[in-house]
Design a protein around this ligand. Structure first.
Ligand code: PLP
Length: 386
């Protein structure tokens, strides 16, 4: 059977390949400690589970939902954006529910990019931007995130012939995989740049609620004029441990949201009503939960950083995200280092190169295992000499 040509050019999804290798090792009886994927290990916020259990019994939730979303969900999302970021949005015209941020990344690309368009995205980065651009039939132009520039893209370095045909810019801060954060000044610069170059900005805000040391992550929409040039993707996955539930929303530019309202009924029927009800609980009575989770991750961060430094990695303490981004100082590629750590210590970390060429020379460690497991990983890693 020959799949479509658009699939042939698509890389196998990194974590699907990795999951298979982990399974094989576990089948050999090896106790694998997986610090690779950004999938929270702890259960969903209990208030959310309670709301969902009740919502399941409501027959109104048993029919097709709508793509535009329940009025109560849209209102809860708007109130959250106002309370958390001071951003005022019209719930109907400026908010749109999605089946998670990953779906949003894809369908925004699908709705906004035409064949022959360029799409700007940052690398190292979430691999889905590139696949979304490819599946939409557009051409990607990667903006490297370098440590020397605080892992922010250099917008002035984009070649003018690319910029002339560029239509969309994907950004993501707090950033996966680097853990870097953006300042409001940077976002303001992006708004100005987008306006001058007729670009639509898609800011992926998957990690704004996981922050440490008192840092508070901004919304892109806080920058004056941001809703004129773009949208933000907000996901409940990371903050409320809801990766399995598939719920989030897109907020901002009316034209973009209107394009999605056109596209999406052709593809799916929107998030399950009971899950929208559960998300309402997260965004209202469950607002404090991401703070509790952030404390858990901060404690884990502080346990694992000294171990990585002992291994000769150069690690800055991130103030947000689920990730540590370590620069390798030894003469070894990131893939070889990750493989050695996997084979010799049974610990899974991600080679930086799997997030893009500028990720070479780094590894990513996810804080998604309990302290006991991190301590065990630390002991195994201490026996390793590079
Ligand atoms: C986890 C993640 C997402 C989205 O996750 P969903 O579960 O699909 O909401 C989006 N962007 C980045 C950068 C992520 O790491």
């Amino acid at each position: 059977m020959k799949p479509a040509s658009r699939l042939t050019a698509l890389q196998p999804y990194l974590f699907a390949t990795l999951a298979k290798r982990i399974e094989e090792k576990r089948a050999q009886g090896i106790d694998v400690i997986a610090l690779a994927s950004g999938d929270p290990d702890l259960p969903t916020c209990p208030l959310v589970v309670d709301a969902a259990a009740e919502a399941l019994r409501n027959p109104k939730n048993h029919t097709y939902p709508t793509n535009r979303g329940k009025a109560a969900f849209l209102a809860a999302a708007a109130e959250f954006m106002e309370a958390r970021f001071g951003v005022s949005l019209d719930p109907v015209e400026e908010i749109f529910p999605v089946l998670g941020g990953k779906e949003a990344v894809h369908h925004l690309g699908f709705a906004l990019l035409s064949e022959g368009d360029y799409c700007l995205y940052t690398e190292p980065g979430y691999p889905i931007y590139e696949s979304a651009i490819h599946l939409a039939g557009a051409m990607g132009h990667a903006l490297p995130l370098l440590e020397g520039n605080a892992f922010l893209p250099d917008l002035d370095a984009i070649p003018s012939e690319v910029l002339a045909r560029a239509r969309v810019l994907y950004l993501n801060y707090p950033n996966n995989p680097t853990g870097a954060v953006a300042t409001k000044e940077f976002f303001s610069k992006v708004v100005d740049f987008a306006r001058r170059n007729d670009l639509i900005v898609i800011h992926d805000n998957a990690y704004s609620e996981i922050t440490f040391d008192g840092y508070v992550a901004p919304s892109f929409l806080e920058s004056p004029g941001a809703a004129d040039v773009g949208v933000e993707i907000f996901s409940l996955s990371k903050g409320w441990n809801m990766t399995g539930w598939r719920i989030g929303f897109i907020a901002g530019n009316r034209g973009v949201i209107s394009a999605l309202k056109h596209l999406k009924p052709n593809i799916d029927a929107g998030p399950f009503g009971a899950i929208q009800d559960a998300a309402i609980a997260a965004l209202t009575v469950g607002r404090a939960f991401p703070r509790e989770m952030s404390r858990v991750y901060q404690e884990r961060r502080d346990v694992i950083i000294p171990v990585l430094r002992n291994l000769g990695l150069h690690v800055n303490e991130p103030v947000a995200s689920l990730f540590l981004w370590g620069r390798i100082t030894a003469d070894i590629s990131s893939a070889d280092l990750a493989n050695r750590i996997f084979d010799e210590a049974g610990v899974v970390i991600s080679p930086g190169s799997s997030f893009g060429p500028s990720g070479e020379g780094y590894v990513r460690v996810a804080l998604t295992a309990p302290i006991e497991r991190l301590t065990e990983a630390a002991q195994r890693l201490q026996r390793l000499t590079l």
